[in-house]
Design a protein around this ligand. Structure first.
Ligand code: HEM
Length: 109
């Protein structure tokens, strides 16, 4: 696997918020190593405002929801509405030409 991987759900069980299938334990499925439980690739945020749904299984359709989820699960922070809006605005600044490939619906597990 290329790219950086991280534990999804540092401050609470990852499967509680995006509502992902608890049977999907990320990299663990490949390595069967307990330390790889809920380890996922950290995706690029380029064009993120245009490439919903979010997370490895497309569990969330709404960008503000995905941002709130990340802040809560990965940083143990409750963002204000204004903070979420600011982050949405920043992420929108990462929008450029979307590669054809990114617009194809990926096969889901
Ligand atoms: C406020 C800060 C953060 C924001 C706004 C943010 C935003 C996002 C977004 C929008 C996604 C979905 C990307 C996609 O579906 O293509 C994502 C996924 C992810 N982020 Fe964050 N993130 C934040 C902090 C963090 C931190 C601190 C970590 C790790 C320590 C982290 C690890 C991950 C991982 C592993 C995924 C993939 C999860 C999956 O595929 O199920 N994020 N992030």
């Amino acid at each position: 696997m290329s790219g950086v991987v991280q534990k999804a759900g540092l401050f609470a069980d990852y499967h509680t918020l995006p509502g992902s299938n608890p049977e999907d334990k990320g990299r663990f499925e490949v390595t069967q190593a307990v330390a790889d439980t809920d380890i996922f690739k950290v995706p690029s945020l380029r064009n993120i405002a245009e490439t919903y749904p979010y997370f490895h299984d497309g569990a969330m359709a709404d960008l503000p929801d995905a941002i709130e989820t990340m802040a809560s699960l990965q940083l143990n922070k409750n963002l204000s509405e204004e903070e979420v809006e600011d982050i949405v605005a920043f992420l929108k600044s990462l929008t450029g030409k979307i590669p054809e490939d990114a617009l194809k619906v990926p096969p889901m597990p």
